[in-house]
Design a binder for this molecule. Sequence first.
Ligand SMILES: *Cc1c(COP(=O)(O)O)cnc(C)c1O
Length: 351
Amino acid sequence: MQKTEPQVDLRSDTVTQPTAAMRQAMLAAPLGDDVFGDDPTVNALQARIASLLGFEAALFVPTGTQSNLCALLAHCQRGDEYLVGQQAHCYRWEGGGGAVFGSIQPQPLAHQPDGTLAIADLEAAVKPDDAHFARTRLLALENTLGGKLLPFDYVQSATAWAQGKGLSRHLDGARLFNAAVAQAALTGATVQAEARRIAQCFDSVSVCFSKGLGAPVGSALCGSAEFIQRAHRVRKMAGGGMRQAGMLAAAALHALDHHVERLADDHALAQRLAAGLAGVPGLQVETPHTNIVFVELVGDARDRSADLLAHLAANGVRATGLYRLRFVTHLNVDASGVDHAVAVIRRFFNA
Ligand SMILES: *Cc1c(COP(=O)(O)O)cnc(C)c1O
């Protein structure tokens, strides 16, 4: 008998396949050699994202990890340090690249429950100008962080505080447009206006096209022309100079044209998933701000984690985590997929 169970991949918003229209845009893109600086589609993308977020310049890079690395090494010298959250991607999830390649020391700080870094903790972590200490140079924030929208008044006050201390400010905005969509829903302003408002609190911003925006590859780092020139040198050292990269930039341009506003659909599906799982005994569902739902296994359910994961896999539902499961909605998930995931999980708990 044919197995016709639906498959739903909620591991990450990186798993999206380029749409037919995106593939067409990639095929049609005029190309050059971006290491010579003459790929017109890469140049168009860099100009577009820089102007969208209110910066002088931008640099197209293969990954968000490389984008953050370029930013760290362009902001900091050997023996400098950056203030960063314990859960931040550019501290925890990038193989320690800033330390390995840049001899830059992280100063990780505990997050508050809302994902922010308390300004008192930041204040206490800034080192005096003394030969004993690394030089504190940079504040790195992330928005969204684990799917959480940082409160905008916090973003403003933390970055203003950093500026007052003479620190540079970098935003890992891998999911900046998810943050902007969520913030626009609160303020009634446009998504573009909110993206720009968040970005303008920082000296540099990294955005991913390969997450919820649905492009196959690519991120951009934005900043001043002088900063981007330094970052460009780091990209070269990191092996990130690509040639006919316009095929990839075309996908990113297509995503900026067609996949930004629709992130609201992903957020609605995350709400649908969280609502569907609410009240299941053994599950503690965190209310999502954007497209990521965390579900903690509590009590006896923790002992059944391995069985639950096997049950999900056997029923075509893919997620990550062990005791704290992570479900991410995206372009290739629809309401029926979410409902399937809910039904499979409820069946496991007889709920
Ligand atoms: C995904 C992600 C990145 C970069 O990831 P790559 O896989 O290197 O593109 C950086 N920061 C955050 C917050 C991310 O979620």
